[in-house]
Design a protein around this ligand. Structure first.
Ligand code: PGA
Length: 251
């Protein structure tokens, strides 16, 4: 089912104590508010259990920012989807451009990660998006289509229906340079169309497609007002209640 979602991606920020404090502060700020979207905190692995305990029973949900492409074994430093799920987390960001660029995650590796996540009943928030040069040379649609095709399109319609997509133009991430509302809508509509071509209109219409890349209190309302933008994946602005709450309230 298509949902409005605002997810915070904390990236490599917050000690355990700082993260716990932020989750508590956000929970308090949301108490009694009529929120029109699902709110997800995607924290570093070590915070997941503690934050899940804080938000349990509230509207908020917890997600990881990555998981291993393997189930178990001699893979030092990795964290499996089963381990993530055992903390109470329900979501996992996969395919973030920083993972692709700095940690060599390919479409083929991500395909495995998506499978591990789904096998363990985690909902992948699957990120796609082009770099600046690709946008400037008009290749953005082709790039995004290939990312989706190579990592997701061998899933059954039922499994694909569990996935949340996040369009994050790499040139807009952490740069203060947001895609215009029209650019976001155009790409989201394109993504929905390729999902419709593969899995049918119903699945496409049920898929939540989030926008990410310098979304903030000032631009969230306009971005979210687009018919194909179902929410946001928020980096920098998710690190403080003062900057995150207005984005949640933009719905
Ligand atoms: P940003 O990050 O909001 O800081 O641009 C978004 C993301 O990378 O998910």
């Amino acid at each position: 089912m298509r949902k409005n979602i605002v997810a915070g991606n904390w990236k490599l920020n917050k000690t355990l104590q700082e993260g716990v404090a932020l989750a508590k502060e956000l929970k308090t700020a949301l108490t009694g508010k009529n929120v029109n979207c699902d709110v997800i905190i995607c924290s570093p692995f070590i915070h997941l259990t503690a934050i899940h305990e804080i938000v349990e029973g509230s509207e908020m949900k917890v997600g990881a920012q990555n998981c291993a492409d393997k189930d178990s074994g001699a893979y030092t430093g990795e964290v499996s989807a089963a381990m993530v799920a055992s903390t109470g987390a329900q979501y996992v960001i996969l395919g973030h451009s920083e993972r692709r660029a700095y940690y060599g995650e390919t479409n083929a590796i991500l395909k495995e990660k998506v499978k591990r996540a789904l096998e363990n009943h985690l909902i992948p928030i699957f990120c796609i998006g082009e770099v600046l040069e690709e946008r400037e040379t008009g290749k953005q649609n082709k790039v995004v289509k290939t990312q989706i095709n190579e990592s997701l399109f061998d899933l059954s319609a039922e499994d694909f229906g569990k996935i949340v997509l996040a369009y994050e133009p790499v040139w807009a991430i952490g740069t203060g340079k947001t895609a215009t509302s029209a650019q976001a809508q155009e790409m989201h509509a394109f993504i929905r169309q390729i999902v419709a071509d593969k899995y049918g209109t119903k699945t496409a219409n049920d898929t939540s497609i989030l926008y990410g890349g310098s979304a903030n209190a000032g631009n969230a309302k306009e971005l979210f007002s687009n018919p194909d933008v179902d929410g946001g994946l928020i980096g920098g602005a998710s690190l403080k209640v003062d900057t995150f709450l207005p984005i949640i309230e933009a719905f």
